[in-house]
Write a protein that binds this ligand. Structure first.
Ligand code: GDP
Length: 175
């Protein structure tokens, strides 16, 4: 089955984005204790697709042991890159991506598989901030031109159609 992998810093709204995508409230747990999701969750949808919920990162209070565990998990998942149909990196639309975001983005880039960036919490931006912030995300992550940055609000539903469209485009006509 196609696997769509979601990654993002703790609290960036990864669970909310997944829930919005599926139009379900509690598919992925929102507001889970940051840094506590130390395993990879798989959601199988209608026998057609796997959503892969990679554990959140970038939580300052996580111990070195936990960080190493996270890195090991992510590394082993990415080692079998053929598993991934499409990668989705979720970042915060309000801020310059962090060093951890860049590392994650580079993991995705390194797979050679298609990936997209979701700029979440768009509803918290002023209109005039949207374009510059999206440009800053693209620039900081050094994204190749073919990688889309999708303005998104899990809260309002902005960007849902675009992300869904992208996912369907990569599913090779299995829907
Ligand atoms: P996760 O740790 O990345 O899975 O993040 P969660 O989905 O648990 O969300 C973290 C917090 O951000 C919660 O309080 C959400 O309600 C909030 N949140 C998520 N997405 C949005 C959004 O698009 N807009 C706003 N304003 N808040 C959001």
């Amino acid at each position: 089955l196609p696997q769509i992998a979601f990654a993002g810093r703790s609290n960036v709204g990864k669970s909310s984005v997944i829930n919005r995508l599926l139009n379900r409230k509690n598919f992925a747990r929102v507001g889970a204790a940051p840094g506590k999701t130390t395993h990879i969750n798989y959601f199988r949808i209608d026998e057609k697709i796997y959503l892969v919920d990679l554990p959140g990162y970038g939580y300052a209070k996580v111990s070195q042991t936990e960080k190493a565990r996270w890195a090991g998990l992510i590394q082993s998942w990415f080692d079998d890159r053929s598993l991934m149909t499409l990668g989705v990196l979720i970042v915060d639309a309000r801020h310059k991506p962090t060093g951890d975001d860049k590392i994650m983005s580079d993991y995705f880039k390194g797979t050679g598989r298609p990936f997209a960036v979701v700029a979440n919490k768009l509803d918290k931006l002023k209109k005039s901030e949207i374009e510059p912030n999206l440009a800053l995300i693209r620039e900081t992550l050094e994204l190749p031109d073919d990688v889309k940055v999708i303005p998104f609000s899990a809260e309002k539903g902005t960007g849902r159609e675009e992300l869904l469209g992208l996912i369907l485009d990569h599913m090779g006509g299995t829907v």
